[in-house]
Design a protein around this ligand. Structure first.
Ligand code: HAS
Length: 543
């Protein structure tokens, strides 16, 4: 990574470490409150804390990490950013930082206890929505700089296959630009006028639908940087080749197509949307599972190939040959293990009837902790293990590597315990997003207590892991330097020299198909919110 780009990457990563600590502390307090054994001091509200936790981890940490990592990936594989591209990265960074600080002040003053999903009818102070808009615009600036770097490479090497990691980052960026248009429109035309008192009504169905059009793509925006590392970095850490360049590109293109027209699967229990369109989006949701399955099977292929190259001959003994002492491998691998139940849980959520059972229970919270909270974040940690020393020149000692391993095991234990308890309590009906209550002595609420205590135990282990992470990352930034910096591992693929698959590099075609699918999935349901007499669709007057 070019040294000037490296500074930009590090600036983004400092926010990640900071956000991890604050968001993690808020998470610990929440599990303690829900166990019934702790009350929040200084008049802090439960939903205020929950908003802080969600915003700082799900939005701030991830956005800064993704921008930092993708800039590093482009700089490494396409070459250094030029002045304009880098300047856009810095403008993005400062806008995101300013937006985050204003949003934090609004949350701290209890003016924005509307949770990370922030949709109506909950209302926040106008500054909060403006701050969110500024954060989104910040990501657009950074993304614009990255896309310009990618396009410059494409022009310079016309007709060649673009570098895989740069291609993947660009797919993620294009998906981001398309999916954020709806939520940006909703913030500007619905929330800001409403919170300023310029309008006294808000169309709740529309606001939620526009949110989820963005909100589900958001989860893949988090996931795809982890997949970049799984496809292109991990094989190099193992010392082997990646499975298939074309397959990896195809899986990313499928994410581009199917990540956005599926948001209504978060609204299956809501009025105001016709059952046909819910059904259609459920079908599209099943399409977005395919690229994850492709990823899973490619990873097995890489692991087995590596094991056999190392001399394994039996059915499963290749498994023993994996580098179990290398934190750059173990952290993402632990994440992959979580993604097996995480993916199964997603399929359950998406299946209409089963969604009736789990929706709005703490099962859903369990689901997202074993998706974004484990595969994604553990892979981000794995990436930081090489990216930070690669840029700072810090020497990776055995002790630092071991700290990475302890981080992985402690996180896995804490997250495993907490999220398993959440899934089981959810199946027994425990609501999500609620503080501790005995529900007037209801018998069923009694059954949830044990799980809530287990969540607090898991949350405590997670906080210990966060302390390890913060200490580790500070050392990775500031530790003793070496003359031979850590490598940024990028593997060649088995079909590296195969000819370019032209349609996969035809961005005009890819964008047309993406927009077409979004229009098919959303035009009628959104139109019906204005034309049909569906309850909730015409806006509630809140006071
Ligand atoms: Fe989800 C709710 C459906 C994936 C995050 N999801 C959420 C929410 C979040 C979230 C944050 O249909 C809550 C939002 C809120 O606040 O209300 N989700 C899915 C489906 C998938 C899925 C179908 N979700 C994710 C990912 C997330 C994420 C990824 C974050 C990064 N989700 C839903 C639905 C809801 C939902 C409904 C709404 C619920 C409701 O009613 O509110 C799929 O993408 C999952 C596909 C994944 C797989 C797994 C592949 C496995 C791999 C690992 C291989 C392992 C190896 C190791 C190689 C098919 C790639 C092998 C080693 C061995 C030893 C075996």
């Amino acid at each position: 990574v070019d040294s000037k780009d490296g500074r930009l990457v590090l600036a983004n990563m400092i926010w990640v470490i900071f956000a991890l600590f604050i968001g993690g502390a808020a998470g610990l307090l929440q599990t303690l409150v829900r166990s019934g054994m702790f009350e929040l001091p200084f008049g802090i509200g439960y939903y205020q804390l929950l908003t802080l936790h969600g915003v700082i981890l799900a939005l701030v940490l991830t956005f800064f990490f993704i921008m930092g990592f993708q800039i590093a990936a482009l700089s490494k594989t396409a070459g250094a950013l030029n002045r304009t591209e880098r300047r856009l990265g810095w403008i993005g960074f400062w806008l995101m930082s300013a937006g985050t600080l204003v949003a934090a002040v609004m949350i701290a003053t209890n003016e924005a206890s509307v949770l990370y999903t922030f949709y109506a009818p909950l209302q926040a102070h106008a500054f909060y929505y403006i701050a969110l808009a500024v954060i989104i615009v910040g990501t657009w600036c950074s993304v614009a700089g990255q896309l310009m770097r990618y396009i410059r490479w494409k022009r310079e090497f016309r007709g060649h296959k673009t570098p895989l990691l740069s291609y993947m980052a660009s797919i993620n960026n294009v998906m981001w630009l398309v999916c954020t248009i709806g939520v940006a429109a909703s913030v500007i035309f619905q929330y800001i006028p409403w919170s300023l008192g310029l309008t006294d009504r808000i169309n709740v169905s529309l606001s939620r639908t526009l949110f989820w059009m963005f909100g589900h793509a958001l989860v893949y925006f988090w996931l795809l940087p982890a997949y970049m590392a799984w496809y292109a970095v991990l094989p190099k850490v193992l010392g082997t080749e990646g499975f298939s360049d074309s397959l990896a590109r195809l899986s990313f293109v499928l994410f581009l197509f199917f990540s956005i027209p599926v948001g209504i699967h978060h609204q299956l229990t809501e009025p105001g949307i016709d059952a046909f369109w819910k059904g259609l989006q459920v079908v599209l949701t099943f399409a977005v599972i395919v690229p994850s399955l492709m990823t899973a099977f490619s990873l097995f292929a890489v692991f087995e190939t590596h094991g056999r190259q190392m001399g394994a001959t039996g059915l499963l003994d290749w498994f023993k040959k994996l580098p179990w002492k290398d934190a750059r491998f173990v952290l993402p691998f632990l994440g992959m293990l979580f993604f097996i139940p995480g993916g199964i849980g997603g399929i359950i959520n998406a299946s209409g009837q089963m969604n009736q059972l789990v929706h709005n229970t703490i099962w859903v919270v369990g689901h997202f902790h074993i998706t974004v909270g484990a595969p994604v974040i553990l892979t981000y940690f794995g990436i930081m293990m090489f990216l930070l020393p690669h840029i700072t020149g810090t020497r990776i000692t055995k002790q630092l590597n071991n700290m990475g391993l302890y981080l992985g095991y402690t996180w896995t234990f804490g997250m495993g315990l907490m999220s398993a308890a959440m899934h089981f309590a959810g199946l027994r009906g425990a609501p999500r997003r609620s503080t501790y209550s005995e529900y007037g002595g209801a018998g069923i609420a009694d059954e949830w207590i044990t799980y809530q205590i287990l969540q607090a135990v898991g949350g405590t282990f997670l906080f210990v892991a966060i302390i390890i992470a913060v200490l580790l990352f500070i050392q990775l930034m500031t530790g003793p330097k070496t003359n031979v910096p850590e490598e940024f591992p990028v593997a060649p693929m088995m079909d590296q020299n195969a000819p370019v698959t032209k349609w996969l590099e035809n961005w005009r075609l890819l964008i047309i198909i993406t927009v077409f699918l979004v229009l098919i999935a959303y035009t009628v349901p959104i139109t019906q919110m204005f034309t049909e007499n569906i309850p909730g669709a015409h806006g509630y007057k809140l006071w």
